[in-house]
Every structure is written in structure tokens, then in C-alpha cells.
Design a protein. Sequence first.
Length: 483
Amino acid sequence: MRVLENLEPKKVFEFFEDLTRIPHDSGNEKEISDYLVKFAKERNLEVIQDKALNVIIKKPATKGYENIPGVIIQGHMDMVCEKLKHSNHDFEKDPLKLRIVDDEFVYATDTTLGADDGIAVAYGLAILDSNVIEHPAIEFVVTTEEETVMGGANELDTSGLKGKVLLNIDAEEEGVFILGCAGGILVYPEIKIEFEDFNGESLQLEVAGLKGGHSGMEIHKQRGNANKLMGRLLYTLGKEVNFNIATINGGSKSNAIPRSCKTIISVRKEEIEKVKEICANLEKDFKNEYKVEDSDIHIIVKSDEKLEKQLTKKVTDSLIRFLFVVPDGIQSMSKEIDGLVESSLNVGIVETLEDRIKFIIDIRSAVRSKTHEIVNRIEALCDAVGAAMDQNGEYPEWQYEPKSRIKDLSVKTYNNLFGIEPQITALHAGLESGIFKEKLPSDVEIISFGPDIFDVHTANEHFSIESVGRFYKFLTQLLKNMK
Ligand SMILES: [Zn+2]
């Protein structure tokens, strides 16, 4: 019994339901990749499967479109696998349990649905399967491991691709067309630790109660960064109190704005009251400064067990200066798209290891030279405080280009069909499109869009049946209009 069999467009939902029966966590794409190869072979379509399990299926132009430049339709085959705590769903082998709610939405019971990006795959297969849709030559490119490291896109050999337009179907809001994304890099400053015996009273300081959020998509909210606020607290304290840091730890992920940061300091007994007073005053300032986005912010000061070792004064000072001065948050705004962050960074993690204090900083920008400028600024600061710095994980941006034929054609097509003017925007986060922009010839135009999908990457993920249908109508009309 198929759950989606009465939904229209029939083929789209049929293929989508097929996909939900095949496990396809990132890194576990063999079976779904083989399914795509089999699909192509059954229809005598040219197909390539590479080592990374990416699949490219090619279909010739339909009659009258032979002389039009080809189109690349692109999505990713892997999905984020999240489930509710009580669920015993096994993503390695169980099919998802689809259900239709209120005739309006499709969910998977207790798990992610994989509409991100199974819907793109279903659209592509439905188009390839059809013999009535008119279109230029199609190269359908389905990548692997998008949700983790963009491994598929990184590995993909694009030299055989001939299309002059790339339609990336991996956006989650219908009527919003994406025409750019950020690139980025991770940097890892490190301060070598020198220890001495712990020689004071032990106090634990914590900046807590912050909301955090995604360091790309939510950086514009200008929420507090617990690590940075700890830097400010320690610097302020250092003006009036003599203390040493023993340990400092804050943040959980490089791409999450840290919600709390804890430090243990060693301080003379007579100065404990002073520390408490300074922290109370700072808490008032923080509450005032962040009253809109982070009203629950607070500073906790409490006695702790004495430790064996503390950082020397020199290391304590280097650490405080670094954390206080290192840039964080929005660095520049786009001058082309209102309200879009162009460059930012997130001091995501500070961690005390056996022999060093390690920071992880996530830098993003839509302009590569600005990414590098921020890296250099952190490097200069490292030099000034005697820290070292490593970097890795660089990924390319897709810089917004206001002149775009595919944008104009997409807007016109959508508007003619539905009488609605789509919104044009760019994302302050990395997309596979950035990698394609870098790999493909510079005259290839890219646009990213998709139907309404909600609560993506959570067990509540669901899509709008109507929007999936509407977007398919738009997509097929767009192909037709390419002539
Ligand atoms: Zn996706």
C-alpha cells in the first residue's frame, strides 16, 4: 500500500515515495545511488556513477530544442537522519513511515522526511521519465554527502558537463530564488599553556542563558556570543582584580553561536567580593545590551573545588587579550541585497586542552578577499599575543551577480504562472552551488530554488503537497521557456 499514490503530480510523488524506502544517510548512499543508475539504464539514458557515488544522467533535448544550450538540474541524494527520542527507527534499513496530514502536508512519523533533498531527486526523475515535457538537453547531477562535508560535489568531475545553466533544487521556500551564497574557512588559534601551582581560592565564572543559533543563517540577529562576553568579563575583571585562569571552556560547535562559557579562576580570598560586584555590574550591562535578542543572559559566580594547577600570569593575559579583541559577528553587510550579511565570523569554541588553549573560529563571506582579510586579522592578533594559528576546510562562495538571464527567465515564468513576483536573495551560508560556481566555466549561470519544506533537519520535517505540485509546474514550464 503506497501512501502518496493519489497525490498529483503522480510521478513526482511516486519517485519520492520510492526514495523514502531506501536508506540514504550521508555516507550511506550506495543503495540510492545504484537505484538512480538502474533507473537510467531501464530507460536507455546515458549514466555515470563516480567513486564518490555521485550520479549524472543525461537526456537529449526534445524536438525543437536541439540547438538550445543544455541545462544542468542538480540536487543531493543524502538526507539528514534525525528522529524523536522514543523512536526505534533504524536509518540503516527501515523505510520512512510517510503520512499525510490534513490533506496538506507530508511528514515521516518520528523522523526527518528527507524532502531535503529527495524532492529534487524526485523532480529530476519525473522529468527524465516523461516523454511529454519539452526541454533542452538535460544533465541531471545528483551528489552525495551534501549534508556533512559536501564530499560529492567536491569530488565531482564536472569537465564533461556541457549545460550553460545550473538549476540547484535545494532551497526550502517557494517563491524565494537564491542567487548567491557565502564561502568560508575555519581557523584554529592556539595558545601554548604554561602552568604553575594553584595558589588562590577557586571561583567558577559562567556566562550563560544565551539563545545561540546557527552562525551563518542567524548571525544577523546579533545575539550574544558567550565566549566573547567571557573575554569581556575577564578583561574588565583584570583591570581591578589580580587573578589567574585555570581553565576556560565555551561553545559546542564551530557553526553554532556559543550559549555558555565557563572559566575557573584562582583569586585571593579578599578579592572575591570585588569579583562578585564586578560580575553583577557587567550582568546588568549585558542584560541591557542584549535585552531584545538575549533577555535571559546571566553571569554565575560560585566557589569551586581547588585545582592543582593554574595558567601563568603571562598565559592568562595572552588568553584574555586574544578573546577580548578577536573580532566576532557581522563584519560587513551586502550593498546589493538589503539586510543580507556579507561577512561574519563566529568564535565558536574555546577549549582548555592538556598543553594548550584551542579556539575554533568559523569565518564566512560572499567575497573571497574579505574572507582572507578576516583570516589575516586573526593571524595578526595571534602574533601580537604569542598564539599560533592553523586553518582548514575552506569552501568557495558564489558571489551575487545582479545580471543573470536565468534569474530573469525564472522570475518571468513564475510571475506568468502564479501572478507573484518572486523574492531574489542570497544566503549567508555555504551551498553546493558555491562549489559548482568554482568548478564550472564562468559563463554558466546558477539559480537555487525549491518548494516549501518546513522544519528541515528535524523530526518534524514536512512539505506542502500543493507547493510541491506548483513548483513542479514552474520547473517544467521554465524548461519549456528556455527556447
Ligand atoms: Zn539540502
